[in-house]
Design a protein around this ligand. Sequence first.
Ligand SMILES: NC(=O)c1ccc[n+]([C@@H]2O[C@H](COP(=O)([O-])OP(=O)(O)OC[C@H]3O[C@@H](n4cnc5c(N)ncnc54)[C@H](O)[C@@H]3O)[C@@H](O)[C@H]2O)c1
Length: 386
Amino acid sequence: MKVTPASRHEIRIGLLGCGFMGKCHSNAYKKIPYIYSPANLLPRLMVLCDQKANIVEREAACYGYEEFCTDWKELAADPRIDLFDNCGPDPVHPEPCIAALAHGKHVISEKPMAITVADARRMRDAAAAATGKAMCTFNYRFAPAVQFAKNLIAEGKIGAIYQVRVQYLQMAGHDPSLPPDKPWYSAWPHSGGLQGIGSHAIDQCRFLVGEIASVSALVRTFNKDRAITSAGCPAEVTADEGTAAVLEFANGAIGVLESSVVATGRKNYLAWEINGSRGSLRWDVEHPNSLFACLSGGSDDLLLGFTEISVTESCHPYVGAWWPQGHNLGWEHLQIIEKYHFLKAIADGGPLHPSQATFEDGYRVAVIIDAMRRSSLKGTRVAVTF
Ligand SMILES: NC(=O)c1ccc[n+]([C@@H]2O[C@H](COP(=O)([O-])OP(=O)(O)OC[C@H]3O[C@@H](n4cnc5c(N)ncnc54)[C@H](O)[C@@H]3O)[C@@H](O)[C@H]2O)c1
């Protein structure tokens, strides 16, 4: 018997940037219709845009886009597009996102939403005034173990939070002989490790612990003498490589945050530990399915210690649509889970999923990064005001 195609809610995608994240987001859109089949969503890959004219047509064909272009202005104004997904480099987030919002599109901006607070504020304000929905991709919020931890905290399972320590460590820049454009400075020379990966660590703190009230930070560039680019051009290195910060939260908790793109041996280590009056939680993205929890159900301290919980039961957050218990999920999956919830909100016409990062979140992270930089320059603690 022939299959009758289901009637589906079509969302026409225009995606900017066919690099790492363009591939990752496109992959998510392709999988959503069958992983989340009851939702009857149909993300239609309509136009792929990239300035690399020699590559974009080939990539569009591989992913299954119907068309390609090289000018984001054309894409942002295209009346056929419902969702404008910005996977361009950091400096290419503000203008295309603001233009697409003005054209009535729903918009996704990769993180960091903007390099300057002024640009992030313009994006936040544009989203507030727009008819379309807007999301900033702090995707680690959608790891099942992270959402499970958030639920445990909200239920009071670890009591009042005292302290948090969070790290986002990578090693791409650890070799000082590399030219400055080779290490991953997210969008060298415009932004560095604090914006590239520190932004995720800040977002995890805000998501799990609460708003940050003040910071005291050291932001450092260790290899300022990477003076010649791989193309042989002279360069001045200003992008930061490492940050160490002390955080004060509005709820009284305190924290320590580190980001590094020169952490020799660390591939993609986002990790946190949160200590509360009744328990503690620990997680890292290199072991994404495991939440380590110390929960003091009784009064016997002799039994207290961390237990590894495999967050793979169908009743754990987000797991139900995927595989049976113990059949683990990875980084790819949290990207798909995040995009699914955004598309679902578009299709339903309702509010964003409560865990979705908004342009307000993107703006606040930019403000906190700016406060860390000012603290480092001045050598003093800086209050965070939004
Ligand atoms: N959420 C995450 O976990 C995560 C992970 C990695 C990167 N990122 C972010 O995603 C964004 C993209 O990173 P990436 O690693 O995919 O970069 P990339 O360099 O691999 O891809 C960027 C693409 O954008 C294209 N481009 C640049 N300027 C353009 C313009 N003006 N018009 C059209 N195309 C243009 C480039 O040609 C390139 O193909 C960055 O903001 C980065 O910080 C997020």
